[in-house]
Design a protein around this ligand. Sequence first.
Ligand code: ADP
Ligand code: MG
Length: 700
Amino acid sequence: MPDAKPKTELQKALEKLGLRRDIDLALHLPLRYEDETRIVKLIDVRDSTPVQIEATVTHQEVTYRPRRQLIVTVDDGTDTCTLRFFSFYGSQQKALAVGNKVRVRGEVKGGFLGRTMLHPTFKAAGGDLPTALTPVYPTVAGLPQAYLRKAVLSGLARADLSDTFAPGDLEWLQHRSPQKGQKPLWTLRDALQFLHHPTPDVSIDTLMDHSHPAWQRLKAEELLAQQISQLQSRRERASLKAPQLQAEEGGTLHARLLAALPFGLTNAQQRVGEEIARDMARRIPMHRLLQGDVGAGKTVVAALAAAICMDAGWQCALMAPTEILAEQHFRKLLGWLEPLGITTAWLTGTQKAKERRAMLALIESGEAQLVVGTHAIIQDKVKFKNLALAIIDEQHRFGVAQRLALRNKLHHEDMEPHLLMMTATPIPRTLAMSYYADLDVSTLDELPPGRTPIVTKVVNDARRDEVIERIRAQISQGRQVYWVCPLIEESEALDLTNATQTHADLAEALQGATRADGQPVLIGLLHSRMHVDDKKAVMGAFTAGLMSVLVSTTVIEVGVDVPNASLMVIEHAERFGLSQLHQLRGRVGRGAAASACVLLYSTGDAPRLGEAARERLKAMAETNDGFEIARRDLEIRGPGEFLGARQSGEAMLRFADLATDTELLDWAKVEAPMLLDTYPHLAAKHVARWLGGKAEFLKA
Ligand code: ADP
Ligand code: MG
């Protein structure tokens, strides 16, 4: 740290950025640069470019309309420019007194009233100009650039930057890189020193788009670290043992389940089923992600995998993130497997003690071949007789620790169970590879036949009455409707009042609605604060078709399956994220009936919706394809937010892009095993340098 006694607040902020070691600081690269090496003349300034000028103050005043502001005019002999400050101190007014010569840096806008700069930085004119561009680093609140610059500088000076591979290894790049004629071979040290303090003659574009040879070196380094680490985890996993679960021919549970299903498998289900079966037939633990759009039919794939496991005489566990979802799986699997003579146990946190004890006994004795439940499954008290397959539904809702806990539930001879993770939030393949060290991916890219595509309409909240008419029409046809209430992040209590109010309003608006079968029209309410028994009762009534409309907060978000539901209304859709909207929409369109999704939006007091919200709703109306949605989500939000804050901290790739840096990736794929086998100590140093403590974490 630059100061003798670093302040803990600053240190905390540094840690938030993952900057603990000297090398972390050295590898914390600028987002952009500011050119303070030059003073330009106002007459030469293009609109909207950040510049530095030296000029004399010719006028100063404080005005109060439309709001309090300090207005200063400066003149550099070629032109004048107005500086505007909406917040300012007396000391700044003094420094900008008429007649003073100042050095001002900011973005010049050429408006109707002449050139202006809003909140520029300034100091007295004169003094040395720096010889390198000034780096601007990614930072967090409470960590000023100036402090971060010093910290990076000292990290850079102290870190061990010796090369783990020779610059010559990248010689081939020289012939392909667009910067021919530049310094050809960069060591890590040179590259870092340059990128932190580039000379002003460099083309800024090559720094910003990472095509500069110094960047190429860093991206090669990073990709190499990723490849070595993936190779290590693959090798490590290959050295682990798992029960070999061989799919048998004929007469088995697997075959009987397949025969008993009321439908045939789609080609995609068949294909991923085989991929999974192949993995489980090996003696090393499966580590596979099954991704498929909402409604693609992941559950039956999981059930068939479970059947193979049980055929081989081992236990299988299925864990889901919410009780409603777990219960739904339980019912579905029970319906399929109980007639075939399978005993299934059920575990949740809200279970009565007596029932729970009975379940634990079934699991420990091995009598229950299948265990379905929530997080309750991973508790210490739960002892499996012989768990060989662990299935995690909606895996992104679980943390690494929970996945690990499940893997530790098999105690036989150093073995680990096979792990199948499922998600309806598809991760673009390249992103999956950069976030998980070692993961095989299966994709269900086909929906079961007979589904009519969901029609999505984006509707202004002012036209709520029309929506209510639509609901009435659906009810009269015997169909069912979801109404999802707005998400109010700050307050769960507000969420609740809101849902309760909407429920009351809807009940009133729908008075006199009738059902084709003459049954009374019931309108239910579901929210997260309800007692679990009440939730189950409401959900049960809706699933059984007794209830026509279900008003709900977002608790129905994942997994519920009521094929008769044909209309989904999402209120304040502008407040939801894209993947969440897609998940919600996936609750309808599960049967043969034509289904629709209405995205109600409200702009509040604003004249129109914000850019990102508009993009999201537009994407929803334009496509039903979860992969396309994921791609657009990534575009709108960027990878960090896309995977959620927790996971973005684990990202392996900060600089390289798997989609575009393919040549470097190919190189790293060849280099990784070579380095690992020939110079293991260099490989270890390389991985430690780039991934620090993250490497272990990434394997889970
Ligand atoms: P998800 O992938 O979202 O978990 P589910 O497993 O809940 O999807 O399946 C959605 C619905 O489609 C369920 O009602 C399921 O029984 C049904 N289904 C699954 N596979 C098929 C198939 N091959 N043909 C017809 N219906 C299917
Ligand atoms: Mg599901």
